[in-house]
Design a protein around this ligand. Structure first.
Ligand SMILES: C[S@@+](CC[C@H](N)C(=O)[O-])C[C@H]1O[C@@H](n2cnc3c(N)ncnc32)[C@H](O)[C@@H]1O
Length: 259
C-alpha cells in the first residue's frame, strides 16, 4: 500500500523539527516540495534547508512543484475549492506516477498540519477520487502559536479561560462574540487596529523562529501604531511578512474566578 506522510516542519526555525519529523522525512521515498509559483521564496528555501540539514536517505527523490495560483474572480469559496482540487491533482499524479506500490510520499507542512492548513483536506480529496489507494500518517509540528508564546514567554490561555483562534479577516468584521482572548493569524489587514478597548493588551510576533524575528507587546492602544509601522518597514525590507498575535481583553472577576 502506498503511504502519504504529512510532516509538520515547524514555523520557521529548522530546529523546530522534532525527532519524529526527522525520522519521518527519512522514511519518505519521494518528497513533494512546493518551490515554484505562488509559494513564497522564503518558505521554499526553509523547506530546502530542512532537507539539506536533516535528510540522510540518499535514495529519497525530491520533486518540486509549482503551487497553482488561486483564482481571484468568483466567490472566495469557489476559488479555494478549485485551488484545492488543482493541488489534489498534483498529489494524485505524483502518487500514481512517481511513488511505487509500497513506497511513501512525504509532504512538508509549515507549522502543524492541523492549524490553518489545507493539506489534510486536499489529501482527503485524493482519497475521495478513489483512483489511487493509500494510507496516511500525520506527524505534528511546532506551530506559529507555540513560537509566539515561547518568544514572549507567556501561556496561551489564562487559567480556565478559552482562547478563540481566528483570522485577521474575521477580526476586522468585529470582536469574536463571547471571547476575551483572541489569537489572530493570516492578518493581511492589520485587524488589531479595529479593536477599541483601552484595556486590551497585545503580544505580537513576526518572522517567528527565523533570524528576522520581531516581538512587540504592551497595551494595544499604545502599541497599535508602533506595530503597524514596524510591520510596514519590515515588509518593505524583506519583501514579505508573516505575523501572529494574541489580544487579551480584561475578564470579569467572575470569569477569572471560574478558574
Ligand atoms: C497558512 S497559516 C499556516 C499556519 C501553520 N500551519 C502553523 O502551524 O503555524 C499562515 C499563518 O500562520 C502564521 N505564521 C506562520 N508562521 C509564522 C511565523 N514564522 N511567524 C509569524 N507568523 C507565522 C501567520 O499568521 C500566517 O499568516
Amino acid at each position: 500500500m502506498r503511504k502519504i506522510l504529512v510532516i509538520g516542519i515547524g514555523a520557521g526555525n529548522p530546529e523546530h523539527m522534532t525527532v519524529q519529523a526527522i525520522n519521518a522525512l527519512n522514511r519518505a521515498d519521494v518528497l513533494l516540495i512546493p518551490t515554484k509559483g505562488a509559494e513564497k521564496a522564503f518558505l521554499a528555501d526553509a523547506r530546502r534547508d530542512i532537507c539539506d540539514r536533516f535528510l540522510s536517505n540518499d535514495a529519497c527523490r525530491i520533486l518540486d512543484y509549482a503551487v497553482p495560483v488561486r483564482r481571484a474572480d468568483g466567490s472566495y469559496e469557489d476559488g479555494v475549492h478549485d485551488w484545492h482540487h488543482a493541488i489534489a491533482a498534483i498529489y494524485e499524479r505524483t502518487l500514481a506516477n512517481e511513488v511505487g506500490e509500497d513506497q511513501t510520499l512525504g509532504l512538508l507542512v509549515w507549522g502543524d498540519p492541523m492549524l490553518y492548513d489545507s493539506t489534510l483536506r486536499i489529501v482527503e480529496h485524493v482519497r475521495a477520487a478513489g483512483r489511487v489507494a493509500f494510507e496516511m500518517e500525520v506527524i505534528p509540528g511546532i506551530t506559529s502559536v507555540q513560537a509566539l508564546c515561547a518568544g514572549h514567554g507567556i501561556a496561551l490561555n489564562r487559567i480556565g479561560l478559552p482562547v478563540e483562534i481566528t483570522t485577521g479577516r474575521r477580526l476586522s468584521e468585529g470582536w469574536p462574540e463571547g471571547a476575551r482572548d483572541a489569537l489572530v493569524m493570516l492578518d493581511g489587514v492589520q485587524a488589531f487596529r479595529t479593536v477599541e478597548d483601552p484595556e486590551a493588551e497585545i503580544w505580537w510576533g513576526a518572522y517567528l523562529g527565523t533570524p528576522h524575528e520581531i516581538l512587540l507587546s504592551g497595551r494595544l492602544s499604545e502599541m497599535a501604531e508602533t506595530i503597524a509601522e514596524t510591520r510596514r518597514t519590515a515588509r518593505e525590507e524583506h519583501g514579505w511578512i508573516m505575523d501572529t498575535y494574541l489580544i487579551r481583553r480584561p475578564a470579569s472577576e467572575s470569569e477569572e474566578g471560574a478558574a
